[in-house]
Design a protein around this ligand. Sequence first.
Ligand SMILES: *Cc1c(COP(=O)(O)O)cnc(C)c1O
Length: 344
Amino acid sequence: MFNLDKIVRPNIKKLKAYSSARDEFKGTAEVYLDANENPFGDLNRYPDPKQIKIKKRLSEIKKVAENQIFIGNGSDEVIDLAFRIFCEPSKDKAVTFSPTYGMYDVSAGINDVELIKQPLLHDFQINLNQLQPYLDMEDVKIIFICSPNNPTGNCFDDETIEYILENFNGIVLIDEAYIDFSSRASYSTKLEKYPNLIVSQTFSKAWGLAGVRVGAAYANRQVIDLYNKVKPPYNVSALNQEAVLKSLGNLDEFEINKNSIINEKETLINELKKIDFVKNIYPSEANFILIEVINANIIYNKLVSEKIIIRNRTTLIDNCLRITVGKSEENRKLIKTLANLTGF
Ligand SMILES: *Cc1c(COP(=O)(O)O)cnc(C)c1O
């Protein structure tokens, strides 16, 4: 049985959260002389530490209660805080899969936590047989599942994910950075069923706000309370909160841009099929396409010399390149340049 109390680090359990001036007084006053702020200027006040307006809006859109939402300084903060809440440095472990998003490894390293990387199968699905022993290990505290997975572009089988959620007594953090491009439903609708689930999403991809640095986590209230306790009090700036609220107020634009990217992806795939050194185009539920080519390093470098930058992933998956779907004219420029490449 999952028991949150058993897997939280003792020092975090004991920790008393920083209480800001705005935490103690709720409501609107006429005179604020409580936080040593400067009375002059437009950005002179500390931002809302609880990001109430964003949570209200997200709660309506995602059908998740406000107290089941955490707002972070990018989803990188969601990942980092998970290590800090649940993993005792140089003792506890976490598990993820390979190839996947590189930040789990970096964040584990910073927090002095061993990250076990299980190779994915040939179709980039999870090898449940190999994972099985880790599900019962007491010092394994978190399993990171990136679905749709970066850089492979596929979603993992729901049966596998649900099996892990049901049979692992630690935290299952599902990173849904690309979920809006996918045909799958978000796991944020399954919080009631799984007390050990954290779903991480971001404003950096489908919402077009990578420059803003805002991410969100959805989990049960007890887990969100831990996040709130550990986070820096003012982790999301007033400017960032404003930018997110503005985007959340324009769902039409969100849909239009997202659909345009999805359509462009189909066009790009069709064009890539015509290029003879492209050996394989992996199915993608994200806003990028992983392709296998005859020689990734040569093609990558030739594109760089044409001032076109894609991501060379050959060290992770032999001769694979990851292409982010751009604007129509950008994608056309890429295709035109690729079609003109010769000499290998
Ligand atoms: C891009 C990406 C993110 C986004 O991180 P932010 O800190 O929110 O910008 C998270 N997870 C994965 C797998 C990504 O590819």
